[in-house]
Ligand binder design. Sequence first.
Ligand code: PXG
Length: 305
Amino acid sequence: MVPRPSDGLVYVSGAWRTAADASVSVFDHGLLYGDGVFEGIRAYNGRVFKLERHIDRLFDSAKAIRLQIPNTHAEVCELVVETCRRNAIHDGYIRLVVTRGPGDLGIDPRKCPRAELIVIARQLTMYAAAASGIRVVTSTFRRNAPDATSPSIKSLNYLNNILARLEANDRGADEALMLDAQGYVAEATVDNFFIVSAHALLTPPTATNLKGVTRDTLLELAATLGITTEERPFTLFDVWTSKEAFICGTGAEVVPVVSVDDRTIGAGTIGPVTARLVTAYHDFVRSHGTPIGVSARTAATPATV
Ligand code: PXG
């Protein structure tokens, strides 16, 4: 098969291959057991947004599952930028995957001598802004407990979230809200969750959800906008009676939630605090990040004058 340039180049097993040739073994434990970790990163306006932060989280996820990434932090940053360069990405989506690598049948990671690092970078066409807001239902599936598969690990094992998403699909909703084992609000299936109460912008502490990069960015932006923020547990009652709610993540950015469990949130349209954050986030992501045009290592080095 003659590869088409539009197929793009994927970094896998230590080299860039055409998308058509980029493959992993059927004995890879990422496939057989979901044994691996990943990151989803965006590029805006020729820059990779929060590259270092995403790679920090990738290394933390890998450490938690005792997976040895075959490259250093600086090398992984550079591989991301180089993959963007080779695919001429200006605005795009980058998927980093580290699997336990090829082994034999049987879950024991000792069967896998070499972890597999994959970097995919695509032009972004998949995310349509859901500016008018989405309808959310609470899932009956609780988010994994911190002492089971910790939600802080961005692992290849998303069945907990997928079961919740299936339930939302069945109920005609756009997204599912997941609770923790105690019944407090945790997060959506691939996004963190915020509400606006009479007093503050609230989001749950991260023990029960992913330590989202977008979540952190919004907490910082809110502070600069003079919006009071609080990270504390809250319940569905607080959600149903909130003035505004939204989900946020690398893919979704900031998306208003206009109903939860058939209770209209606020006026049933995007609220003023959410609207300010949508604009602030939109501007921030387009003006910050690691330039794709130069080496990540050079960009990370502070200028000496
Ligand atoms: N919670 C979960 C469970 C996630 O998977 C977030 C929160 C938001 O985190 P960030 O760091 O993105 O703000 C995520 C992120 C995809 C995709 O292609 C998934 C995510 C991010 C980007 C792409 O499914 N999940």
